[in-house]
Design a protein around this ligand. Structure first.
Ligand code: GDP
Length: 301
């Protein structure tokens, strides 16, 4: 099973721009080669800063270890990228809170709904009792869909007609506590960082949860479309400001040439942001925990 998703991740990352794989031709390791390598890193959305950082480490390692061949450099590059990504490996702490309150946010189309479905299955396989708060109160049709989906998956869904999303979140947590749920997942409507009112609303949804339960939401997760490239950094910043993110789920890594942005993300802050899961396909099982070594291997080839 692992080979299946790993192959898809690898294939996704290999598309078009990420031509890191293509530059290792077996030629000499000279300045031109290293410059081309840096260029390809930037082109694959690793970003200028992170690429420079990687090249610095790489030059050091070439000198220190006396690396001669492109194959050796490739191994070193993989190691360096894996080391940068390692601090982003993270998992949810299911035992720390009862219930564990998880808030999900993101822009429309990022894969939030799909990811919630994947998580619901993942959690139920862990024998966790999940309550879903439909704090996306904008679309009646979406609410109805969610109710049907919840019934099918034996997951209780709390929503309100024309309700206030913050109060849906609040009441769901109160109810989840009363019913002894393991997890309360709060879904929020998709929104753009530029939509100030909606971003303020998200802050309110986030804040009010702390009134229903100490420290809630314990996980504040941005669902991020992995095909967004460098735009991901701006999204993380904006949603972090509004929703005090604790981490990310990055979707669509099976279909992207822009996976290098994960390296940019890892380097963009002093404390690298946790990545709880990655999405590698459209089906309910296409969810994986984030593994730095595997990702680096898929990226570099
Ligand atoms: P939402 O608007 O954020 O709720 O996004 P949706 O969950 O409706 O997803 C938008 C589109 O992205 C749908 O066509 C999904 O099938 C697709 N999608 C979501 N996650 C993944 C993923 O990991 N890989 C791929 N290839 N597609 C995905």
């Amino acid at each position: 099973e692992k080979t299946g998703w790993f192959a898809r991740l690898k294939k996704g990352l290999k598309k078009t721009q990420v031509n890191l794989v293509g530059i290792f031709t077996g030629g000499v390791v000279d300045e031109a080669f290293l410059e081309e390598l840096e260029f390809q890193l930037i082109a694959s959305d690793v970003g200028v800063e992170a690429s420079a950082k990687i090249l610095d480490s790489l030059r050091d390692r070439i000198k220190l270890k006396g690396l001669k061949t492109q194959d050796e450099v490739k191994v070193a590059l993989k190691e360096i990228i894996a080391e940068l990504l390692k601090p982003c490996e993270a998992s949810l702490d299911f035992d720390a809170h009862n219930p564990l309150v998880i808030m999900m946010c993101g822009v429309n189309g990022a894969g939030k709904t799909t990811t919630i479905g994947k998580l619901a299955k993942h959690f139920s396989l862990m024998n966790k009792r999940v309550l879903l708060a439909a704090a996306d109160t904008f679309r009646a049709a979406a609410r109805e869909q969610l109710a049907v989906w919840g019934e099918r998956n034996q997951i209780e869904v709390i929503s309100q007609d024309k309700g206030d999303p913050a109060s849906v979140a609040y009441e769901s947590i109160v109810s989840g506590k009363k019913k002894g749920m393991d997890i309360v997942m709060v879904d929020t409507a998709g929104r753009l960082p530029t939509q100030t009112n909606l971003m303020n609303e998200l802050s309110r949804i986030q804040r009010v949860q702390g009134k229903a339960m100490e420290g809630a939401p314990h996980a504040s997760i941005l669902v991020l479309d992995g095909t967004n490239g460098q735009n991901a950094l701006a999204q993380v910043k904006a949603f972090d400001e509004a929703a005090k993110l604790t981490g990310l789920i990055i979707t669509k890594l099976d279909g992207t040439a822009k996976g290098g942005v994960l390296v940019a993300l890892a380097c963009s802050r002093e404390n690298p942001i946790p990545i709880y899961y990655i999405g590698v396909g459209e089906t309910i099982d296409d969810l994986q925990t984030f593994n730095a070594d595997e990702f680096a291997a898929a990226l570099v080839g």
